[in-house]
Design a protein around this ligand. Structure first.
Ligand SMILES: Nc1ncnc2c1ncn2[C@@H]1O[C@H](COP(=O)(O)OP(=O)(O)OP(=O)(O)O)[C@@H](O)[C@H]1O
Length: 606
């Protein structure tokens, strides 16, 4: 429960709505409990008019407003009195309805505002966390926090608070009225209610447990189906349709069994609840009826009590659900608190506004780095100076540590030891925004958002670029003609629901996204792997002109002879094993020379 203290700030933020909501819950119940008293009074009046009817004295315990009302109507003729009382009961019901509407408009709407705020808070926190966090948390788990956990906490802030205040105020007001009328009858007719509340609480827990299981099985089933659709080509080419169907059937059989078990519990739960509620009413009528036989003047009270019991039973049944809503909300808030308290390991100094262009030499000084989640030593004593304006090619076998060099330069991670400086400044002392805004990074894994081609290219820009700027970037990435060929050109949607692009087309859109930023430092991480040799040459030629005096790092498995690199670095197991110009490395007769010979012999063979 103490976990939920974290959301008290929202009660404070929306205090006016919250207080108004509570006032209207109380008001709605105040008008609700007036009706049974007027009904009791009018029934007594009818009883007095029946043959053998006994006069009933009006008890002083009546509510002040009711006393005033009775004083007014008792002067009237019997028929008018019944009519006025009936109309008043109708008006009271309407007033109650109106107040209930206002109470939902305030408390439930408040909970929706809080839900919105919380989702933004969680989302903003995700944005602050670094790459390490995302590598160690499953996407499903992160999605759950922002969707499921936040919704559960909302259920506490809105419905649970509303039901609770409603319950307390209604029980309080009904009890005051009932005890002041007949203490003994009150105790007898109220006695089944606590049993009802406790039973419902426990049944609710069972239902909740079962529905959680059903939910998790359903989510497995969805993931399973989703993977089958995404991987349909692999499934078909490996002729695994039957095996996949069997796997899916087993999963859905498990789901079916659990869903049926849940439906059975629910099928028993709701009728038993109605039965228990009915028993309370029956008890009131039975005992009250016997009392009324002895004393007909009690008929009014009996009718009044039947109405109270009916009014109370449904809120009492809500005790169980309120308790379980609160429990679930506390568990969800605990998960949210743990996550919101997770601090980003990559700290950024604040932007001062005095930052100038990021220029100068890039120096990796004895940098070592280990991925903490796997313990893999990706870089070891890595020392490299890239002079301002140099074009550097980083080569190496797969898994040798090439991408790690780029990831450290962009501060997705900080080195375990050693320093990285740009223009003599340690990158840890530069604001992250400034550092990343001044480096264009085209990653190895292409990711396009479900948006238009234009917006995907312009993604990294603060200000909206002109169409011409977008077209130029696309031309430089050798993708312009293909975009123009799409049905909606630059407005074509890409991503899951959009046009299907080839791997090479996606890579080139990603390159255009990197080029349009036009910063002084560019890093291309193996981003030409899906592009054919001719297009690759065209892009590299474009880069040759475009890069001018910018610093550029190209990470690749292949040698690009078209571009004259100032330095070529060969990495193996996280360390530099060869370094020099193309000619120097050929003369060295090592990995580079071997790769070059292999590549040129293949190209000649083609
Ligand atoms: N996020 C990560 N968490 C744990 N280990 C990682 C992570 N990223 C890379 N590694 C490991 O670190 C080592 C270096 O990886 P890196 O991606 O830098 O290699 P690479 O040379 O770029 O490989 P490739 O050419 O295949 O992309 C590899 O052994 C890899 O398995």
């Amino acid at each position: 429960m103490k976990q939920l203290a974290a959301v008290n700030k929202y009660f404070w933020k929306y205090r006016y709505r919250f207080i108004t909501g509570i006032v209207f819950v109380v008001l709605s119940n105040y008008f609700a409990v007036l009706a049974p008293e007027i009904t009791g009074y009018v029934v007594n009046k009818v009883q007095e008019h029946l043959p053998g009817g006994k006069p009933v004295s009006v008890k002083e315990s009546y509510n002040g407003i009711v006393m005033f009302f009775i004083g007014w109507v008792q002067q009237m003729s019997f028929a008018t009195l019944v009519l006025v009382c009936s109309l008043t009961i109708l008006v009271l019901a309407l007033l109650r309805g109106l107040f209930m509407f206002i109470m939902r408009q305030t408390l439930i709407v408040m909970s929706r505002h809080v839900e919105y705020d919380m989702k933004n808070e969680v989302y903003a926190h995700y944005q602050q966390l670094d790459a390490g966090f995302f590598k160690t948390h499953r996407t499903g788990d992160m999605m759950n926090r922002i969707a499921e956990d936040v919704s559960r906490v909302r259920m506490y802030l809105g419905p649970a608070v509303m039901y609770f205040v409603n319950l307390v105020s209604l029980i309080g007001m009904c009890m005051v009225n009932m005890f002041s009328k007949d203490l003994q009858l009150s105790l007898i007719v109220l006695s089944p209610l606590p049993v009802l509340a406790v039973t419902i609480y426990f049944v609710n827990i069972t239902i909740h447990r079962k529905s959680e299981r059903v939910q998790s099985l359903l989510s497995d089933l969805t993931t399973n189906a989703q993977e089958s659709y995404s991987g349909i080509r692999v499934i078909k080419s490996f002729i695994q349709e039957t095996a996949m169907l069997r796997f899916f059937k087993n999963n859905s059989e498990d789901y079916r069994k659990n869903a049926v078990a849940l439906a059975k519990t629910e099928a028993i739960f709701f009728p038993s609840m109605t039965l228990l509620v009915g028993l309370s009413t029956l008890l009131t009528i039975f005992i009250g009826g016997k009392m009324a036989i002895d004393d007909p003047s009690k008929v009014g009270i009996i009718v009044e009590f039947v109405i109270y019991i009916n009014m109370l039973t449904w809120p009492v049944t809500a005790i169980g659900s309120v308790a379980s809503i609160i429990q679930r909300a506390a568990a969800s808030q605990k998960r949210l608190n743990e996550f919101l308290q997770t601090e980003a390991t990559i700290k950024s100094p604040a932007v001062t506004g005095n930052e100038s262009d990021l220029s100068g030499d890039i120096v990796f000084n004895d940098v070592s780095f280990t991925y903490t989640n796997t313990g893999i030593k990706a870089l070891q004593h890595f020392t490299l100076t890239i002079r301002e304006g140099e074009k550097v090619l980083i080569l190496g076998k797969t898994g040798s540590g090439k991408s790690t060099v780029a990831q450290l330069l962009l501060r997705f991670y900080d080195p375990e030891s050693g320093t990285i400086t740009i223009g003599g400044k340690d990158i840890r002392d530069l604001p992250l925004f400034y550092l990343r805004n001044n480096i264009s990074y085209v990653p190895q894994d292409v990711f396009l958002f479900s948006d238009t081609v234009s917006r995907n290219i312009a993604f990294g820009l603060v200000n909206e670029p002109t169409q011409d700027t977008i077209h130029t970037a696309a031309k430089n990435a050798a993708i312009h003609n293909e975009i123009e060929g799409l049905q909606n050109g630059y407005s074509a949607l890409v991503g899951e629901r959009g046009v299907t692009l080839s791997g090479g087309q996606k890579q080139r859109i990603s390159i255009a996204r990197g080029l349009i930023k036009n910063p002084d430092i560019l890093v291309f991480d193996d981003c030409l792997s899906a592009v054919d040799a001719k297009t690759e040459n065209q892009i590299i030629n474009n880069l040759y002109t475009l890069l001018g005096n910018k610093t550029a790092i190209l990470i690749t498995h292949r040698i690009f002879t078209v571009l004259n690199f100032d330095q070529v670095i060969v990495i193996e197991d996280g360390s530099i094993v060869e370094k020099g110009t193309h000619e120097e490395l050929l003369a060295l007769n090592g990995y580079y020379a071997e790769l070059y010979q292999l590549q040129t012999s293949q190209e000649t063979a083609v």
